[in-house]
Structure formats: structure tokens, C-alpha cells
Design a protein around this ligand. Structure first.
Ligand code: COA
Length: 156
């Protein structure tokens, strides 16, 4: 079973030990760098380990942008040994459920950016209902979803 577990002093080394496949480093920050950013944004973010039966197999961070306001999903990754088994999709569903609890503020807007060459991640996000806004930042495409309008959702 896939669960999101908050990063704590008990499990942060497991996050440090996650690894990407060759060539994927250009698509996402490693959890070590992401957790450094989480310290800077500590009043508006929550980093998670993605755990399979208690073992950390991935990482993702949720951060709230008070200015817009919107929730952003940063640095989602599944360890190279566990990719392609459905865990990324399951984790993303759990992230959307977490955001639906509005832990930092009252917005249904969720945004993320994805490298234009990252076809696996783009397929995942689009199949979950995210759509491109047309906004681009260097090689990154912005995608958004309205959490209250997810098909089949009881959140509306
Ligand atoms: C992107 C990532 C998080 C997806 O997690 P995952 O567990 O490997 O993905 P899943 O097995 O849940 O697959 C979900 C969907 O992603 C797409 N996908 C996953 N791997 C794919 C691949 N190798 N090629 C094409 N599409 C792929 C498919 O649409 C898939 O759905 P389907 O199996 O029903 O066709 C993971 O591959 C990863 O960590 N990649 C490196 C880091 C990264 O790019 N992070 C995203 C930053 S924006």
C-alpha cells in the first residue's frame, strides 16, 4: 500500500538515499536539495516520503503560494527501482487528497511545472486531469488542475 509520510528526523535519511535513473536529474531536484528549500519555505510547505508498505520509494513536496493563492506540487519522484509500477499515480492521488484538506489556505487551484521533454511525467499529469496553461519557464511547462472539479470527486 502506498502512503504519504511526513518527512521527520526518523526518515529524512531514507529520502536522501532515493535515486533517479540516468538522465532524470535534469527533470527534478533531488530530495536533498528539495529539503533544503523546504527549510526556507517551512511555514508554507510539507515534504513527504512516498512509502510502500512502510518503505520509502519516492518523495514529493506540497507548497502553498499565498500570493496567488494556489497549491504547488514540487519535486515528485519515484526511486528508479520502483518506477513504472503505478506508485507515482497512486502517490499523486494522495497528494490531491491532502491538498483537498486545505492545510495552508483556501484554494482549489493546484499547479506544477514539468520539463517539456519529460514525456512520462506529462502523460501522468495529463491523465490525472492536469492541463497546460500555456505559461512556460525556460524548459518547464506549467500545468494546473482545479481540485474541486476532478471527475468523480466528492470535493465540489
Ligand atoms: C514521473 C514519475 C514520478 C512517475 O511515477 P511512476 O511510478 O514511474 O509512474 P506510474 O507507474 O504510476 O505511471 C503513471 C503514468 O505515467 C506514465 N508513464 C510512467 N512511466 C512511463 C514511461 N516510461 N513512458 C511513458 N509514460 C510513462 C504513464 O501514463 C503511466 O500511466 P499508465 O501506466 O496507465 O500508462 C517517475 O517516473 C519519476 O520519478 N520520474 C523521474 C522524476 C520526474 O521526472 N519527476 C517528475 C517531475 S515534474
Amino acid at each position: 500500500m502506498i502512503e504519504l509520510k511526513k518527512i521527520t528526523e526518523e526518515n529524512f535519511i531514507d529520502a536522501f538515499n532515493l535515486s533517479l535513473a540516468p538522465g532524470q536529474g535534469k527533470f527534478v531536484s533531488h530530495p536533498i536539495r528539495s529539503l533544503a528549500q523546504a527549510y526556507v519555505y517551512r511555514d508554507q510547505c510539507q515534504p513527504f516520503g512516498i512509502c510502500l508498505d512502510g518503505q520509502m520509494v519516492g518523495y514529493v513536496m506540497v507548497i502553498y503560494d499565498y500570493d496567488i493563492p494556489e497549491y504547488d506540487i514540487w519535486h515528485m519522484m519515484i526511486d528508479k527501482k520502483y518506477q513504472g509500477r503505478g506508485y507515482g499515480r497512486e502517490a499523486l492521488r494522495l497528494v490531491l487528497d491532502y491538498i483537498a484538506t486545505k492545510p495552508f489556505g483556501d484554494s482549489d487551484k493546484i499547479a506544477l511545472t514539468c520539463n517539456r521533454d519529460n514525456s512520462a511525467a506529462l502523460k501522468l499529469y495529463e491523465s490525472m486531469g492536469f492541463s497546460a496553461t500555456g505559461q512556460e519557464y525556460d524548459d518547464e511547462i506549467e500545468l494546473v488542475i482545479d481540485n474541486a472539479k476532478i471527475p468523480g470527486s466528492t470535493r465540489a
